[in-house]
Design a protein. Structure first.
Length: 528
């Protein structure tokens, strides 16, 4: 493999070969000229424009080195990739019993994740290393988004799932698309979200006081996506939090939080998701139906794969921007029929500069949201809520599990498909669960669980009578006990003659898997 320096030298030689032939004895920079002839500059090949849909070329070695350097700074290098386990964090030792002071950046990840597993909502405050009161020593700080991304890259599938559950319980946004700076790819976190269950009461069930409960992976909840073009003065994360402010919790990290102003190292391309669920009270609920709020970090022009995926699965996409170049305009215009989902959000100062872009995209007037100078965040948030309500009136709902097929088509990996143990365990769980739900439970138990049928009930009644001895009649107690024991042995023999059902054989086979991970995945998949 050639080094970057050798590639650069080879590229320079190729450029020299393309130049016109020089006469011997004449320096390359000097060319003979006639009296009335002006020497033309050397021909420079035209600069090729980067095609839309193709990310800028960055050497893979540089990306990997950047990631490994950051992980080393946090003390997570030896745990990458996916070597940090849940069991190691649940171990009880002298170090875990003490609330250790965060003295360096290498102490930050452990302090954060231990607080998170305790459902401590202040865990995001542990992003700064204490300098010990020494003002001359530079304060070490990490962006919370980089910290979460690094921990997910180092955690195994079970720890990722546990972290997602705890973050959801803390009302934090949860990773939905996890970037991997190694190869400029991302992963759809289906497995990590499977154990998150939510309850809500839509307004059409307000009077009978019933509520719905479902997994966020299976529930068909519309997605509302918020993205940005380059650096934007309007903070989309603050606007989202303001929209969800009735729940009195900060869902998305923004620039005014602890560590939020620290430049991101590896979190660009991270897509987070949070849920806004109705409680059945119109004076409190923001929306009458449940919605999922998706927030993409970084510029969409440099993360076009994530943007294309979000355009396909979202009900509405809100694009925050200050300026729009022709390349960015072309990116939005290439979305074709999906352009109807776009909502442009800008300041009033930029209104005149981008009227041509709005005309090119052919968006409806109500799809362009302009924040006037006299509008504060509260009033402008109401405009965004109104636009969302309009988009929700005729939306096509899709659940996260169905999004896996779209992700595969775009080259986005799915965490369940990357894990072979998860794949085999899911197949085993699906085989067991196949017969459940297509017939009455009583019929299923009678055919697939025959040992729990009438024989089991009669044996239970006999064992209860052995303790009470209330129906002995004319028999002595010893004779009555012998009679009950005989009846029980007869029923046991009949039970023993019953063949093991297919569902039980599959369950025993999955339970006997040699790999611990596969066995754990089987139980976890069956619970879903």
């Amino acid at each position: 493999m050639t080094s970057p320096d050798e590639e650069l030298l080879h590229h320079s030689k190729l450029q020299e070969e393309d130049l016109p032939h020089q006469r011997p004895g004449v320096p390359p920079a000097v060319r003979p000229r006639c009296k009335k002839e002006i020497a033309a500059p050397p021909a420079v090949p035209p600069r090729r424009k980067r095609e839309i849909g193709v990310p800028p070329a960055v050497p893979p070695r540089r990306k990997r080195g950047h990631l490994l350097s950051f992980l080393s700074k946090l003390g997570l290098l030896e745990l990458y990739p996916n070597k940090l386990t849940l069991s190691s964090l649940l171990e009880i030792s002298d170090g875990t019993m003490l609330d250790k002071k965060v003295e360096s950046l290498k102490d930050v990840p452990l302090a954060f994740i231990r607080k998170l597993l305790m459902i401590n909502t202040k865990c995001r405050n542990h992003t700064t290393a204490d300098s010990g009161g020494n003002e001359e020593e530079e304060e070490e700080e990490v962006n919370p988004l980089d910290l979460v991304t690094a921990l997910y890259l180092c955690a195994d599938s079970f720890l990722q799932q546990e972290m997602s559950i705890k973050m959801s319980m803390c009302q934090f946004a949860v990773p939905f698309l996890l970037p991997c700076p190694d190869n400029n790819q991302c992963t759809l976190m289906v497995w990590a979200l499977r154990n998150i269950y939510k309850e809500w009461r839509p307004h059409d069930l307000m009077h009978n006081k019933n509520h719905l409960e479902d997994s966020v992976v299976h529930a068909p909840i519309p997605l509302l996506t918020f993205v940005r073009l380059k650096d934007c003065r309007l903070s989309k994360s603050q606007f989202i939090n303001h929209i969800l402010s009735t729940q009195q919790s900060i869902h998305f990290t923004h620039r005014d939080m602890d560590g939020g102003n620290v430049p991101k190292k590896i979190a660009n391309g991270l897509v987070e998701i949070a849920w806004c669920l109705p409680c059945g009270q119109s004076n409190i609920d923001v929306f009458p139906e449940p919605v999922a709020i998706v927030n993409m970090r970084g510029d969409i022009l440099s993360k076009e794969t994530q943007f294309s995926f979000l355009m396909q699965v979202s009900t509405a996409v809100f694009v925050f921007f200050d300026t729009m170049t022709q390349e960015e305009e072309r990116l939005l215009d290439l979305q074709g029929p999906l352009k109807s989902k776009l909502f442009l959000v800008m300041n009033s100062e930029m209104e005149g500069h981008h009227s041509k872009s709005v005309d090119t995209l052919k968006l409806q007037e109500n799809h362009v949201l302009i924040r006037k100078r006299n509008l504060n965040m509260a009033k402008f948030s109401k405009q965004i809520i109104g636009a969302i309500t309009t988009a929700l009136e005729a939306c096509k709902k899709i659940n996260i599990e169905e999004m896996s097929h779209i992700a595969h088509d775009l080259g986005i990996s799915v965490d369940e498909c990357k894990n072979k143990a998860s794949q085999s365990a899911k197949l085993a769980a699906d085989n067991i669960m196949e017969g459940i739900g297509v017939r009455p439970i009583a019929d299923y138990k009678k055919k697939q669980l025959p040992l729990q049928s009438e024989y089991f009930k009669k044996i239970a009644e006999i064992e209860m009578e052995e303790c009470r001895l209330q129906n002995a009649g004319d028999l002595s107690l010893e004779e009555y006990k012998a009679q009950l024991l005989g009846e029980k042995c007869t029923l046991r023999k009949r039970q023993g003659s019953i063949r093991t059902a297919k569902a039980m054989e599959q369950f025993i086979q999955a339970l006997s898997l040699p790999q611990t991970k596969s066995r754990e995945h089987s139980f976890s998949s069956g619970c879903h």
